[in-house]
Ligand binder design. Structure first.
Ligand SMILES: C[S@@+](CC[C@H](N)C(=O)[O-])C[C@H]1O[C@@H](n2cnc3c(N)ncnc32)[C@H](O)[C@@H]1O
Length: 232
């Protein structure tokens, strides 16, 4: 069951179930006009993963991204994916069978996680926008704890936008896809991450900069560089 805030609002809107979950990869390919496979390969390339690294994938879905990441990690690297959706996990577990370096566990990412300073990188892809802000903060805290010092937090999600910058098709997509996305794009993610001890930001933009890969390094409360993303 999706937990609720004290006011009774669901904490997250990205728990995907039923046919949407069973056909998630296909759905993503269709809604992006067939561009998703190339886009996500570019993103994983831009993550600059190194052989031997261990990666935590929060809200790992069908496991498609985890397998792409594993290609960069060599014989000694590994990916651990966390998800709460049974249908998503069933697909991920099928992928896990073929890969000893990739594993998936059923864990709720906004609740305390059993990891302490053990990952080189943490990835969260189209998940953070779907939580209320208090749950997003808990996820960031969980990632901070799970990363080793100098570890990288890689967030793939919608780019921040002022209301005036938003075109009506974008507004329509946010409203249809997830109502919390509108709240997410109004927040200053780098400021939040700086407060939580991350810094040395790097950004890459995709889909005319509506989507951004934001890298933040675990280093203590160093102010961010605040650069605008470059188009991939
Ligand atoms: C929009 S999908 C993104 C999946 C994947 N990251 C991708 O980019 O293909 C959101 C995923 O987050 C998972 N999720 C939602 N709430 C979660 C939670 N509280 N804890 C763990 N996973 C969660 C869903 O089951 C789903 O697989």
């Amino acid at each position: 069951m999706n937990p609720k805030t004290p006011e009774g609002r669901p904490l997250s809107k990205v728990e995907i179930k039923g046919a949407e979950a069973r056909h998630y990869d296909l759905l993503m390919n269709v809604v992006t006009g067939g561009t998703y496979p190339l886009f996500i390969r570019r993103v994983v390339r831009d993550m600059q993963l190194q052989p031997g690294e261990s990666v935590l994938d929060l809200g790992s879905g069908t496991g498609r991204n985890a397998l792409l990441m594993a290609r960069y990690l060599g014989q000694t690297g590994r990916v651990l994916g966390l998800d709460i959706g049974d249908e998503m996990l069933a697909q991920a577990k099928r992928r896990e069978r073929a890969r000893p370096d990739v594993a998936f566990r059923k864990l709720r990412i906004e609740e305390p996680l059993p990891f302490e300073g053990e990952f080189d990188a943490a990835f969260i892809s189209f998940v953070l926008h779907g939580f209320v802000q208090e749950a997003r903060l808990r996820i960031v805290d969980n990632v901070y704890r799970a990363l080793r010092p100098g570890g990288r937090f890689l967030i793939l999600d919608y780019q921040e936008q002022e209301p005036a910058e938003e075109s009506w098709p974008v507004r329509l997509v946010f409203r249809a896809e997830c109502p919390l996305a509108t709240d997410f794009v109004r927040r200053d993610l780098q400021a939040l991450l700086s407060q939580k001890g991350f810094g040395r930001f790097r950004q890459v933009g995709y889909y005319r900069n509506h989507v951004r890969l934001l890298e933040a390094v675990k280093e203590g409360a160093t102010p961010g560089l605040g650069s605008k993303p470059r188009e991939a």
